[in-house]
Design a protein around this ligand. Structure first.
Ligand code: GLP
Length: 243
């Protein structure tokens, strides 16, 4: 039931009710949720209030509307092809989804041995570290830490705001860096407490840990990325041809 004395608006409380239903499994993927009229009767609020809650959840990708049929639970993971080298921003733009990032770290540091090895540079070389929570429709889907050789991207951090800019677009347009290919490794594991906090998961929930080394021409590494993707939000697809 809604708490009419709470300072939390009623439509927010309805959103929480629906989200709780999704997380607890009471509402299953592609199941229809009660109609606006039923929800407004159930909670004793106007249809306008229910409509606002539903609109927000549709915008954030939790629900989808089928005209004439109702509103349904959307739980389709992002289904990504692995044939081409793309960026997070490009992938989501293709799907018409709204993205943003929370920048957790943006600084220049000396490369550790591990990072230096992946980037094929001597240890202690300066690298730009960019750690972001990547969001779709305002919800976190991945945590990404990119390391880029600093001498290739002078002043990048002072000139760009990566909470809404694309790293690959900046590399291409401002630094004339053409990415040619990447090597990616996938590993399934459990989310740590910190990862779970940023990804709105429980510690121990499944995630995909992905590392990527991205190259420019002549097989020169430019970027090394450590990512953690929500296991329930991603599906990767590859075409395998028999030799
Ligand atoms: C993908 C890749 C990352 C890359 C990022 C760049 O998410 N897995 O390795 O760093 O795209 O994204 P953007 O250009 O949107 O900042």
């Amino acid at each position: 039931m809604l708490d009419t004395k709470s300072s939390k608006p009623l439509y927010e409380q309805i959103k929480e009710y629906i989200l709780h239903g999704i997380h607890s499994g009471d509402f299953k993927p592609n199941e229809r949720i009660p109609s606006e009229r039923d929800l407004s009767d159930q909670f004793g609020v106007s249809r306008l209030t229910v409509n606002k809650a539903i609109k927000d959840l549709v915008r954030d990708g939790w629900l989808y509307v089928q005209i004439g049929k109702g509103t349904f639970i959307n739980d389709e993971p992002i289904d990504q092809q692995l044939e081409t080298l793309t960026s997070f921003s490009e992938e989501m733009a293709k799907r018409g989804q709204e993205t943003s990032s929370t920048v957790l770290r943006a600084q220049i540091v000396e490369a550790s041995e591990d990072i230096a090895r992946h980037l094929n540079v001597p240890p202690s070389v300066a690298v730009v570290v960019l750690k972001r929570v990547r969001m779709v429709g305002g919800r976190p889907v991945a945590l990404e830490t990119s390391h880029v050789i600093a001498s290739r991207v002078n002043d990048m951090l002072s000139k760009h705001d990566f909470s809404h800019e694309s790293l690959y677009a900046v590399l291409r347009t401002e630094y004339d860096i053409t990415l040619t290919h990447a090597e990616q490794v996938f590993e399934a594991r459990a989310a740590s407490e910190t990862e779970a906090r940023f990804l709105e998961l429980e510690a121990g929930d499944p995630v995909l840990a992905i590392t990527r080394v991205t190259f420019t021409a002549n097989n020169t590494p430019i970027e090394y990325v450590q990512s953690v993707y929500r296991g329930d939000k991603y599906k990767f697809r590859a075409v395998l041809r028999r030799l």
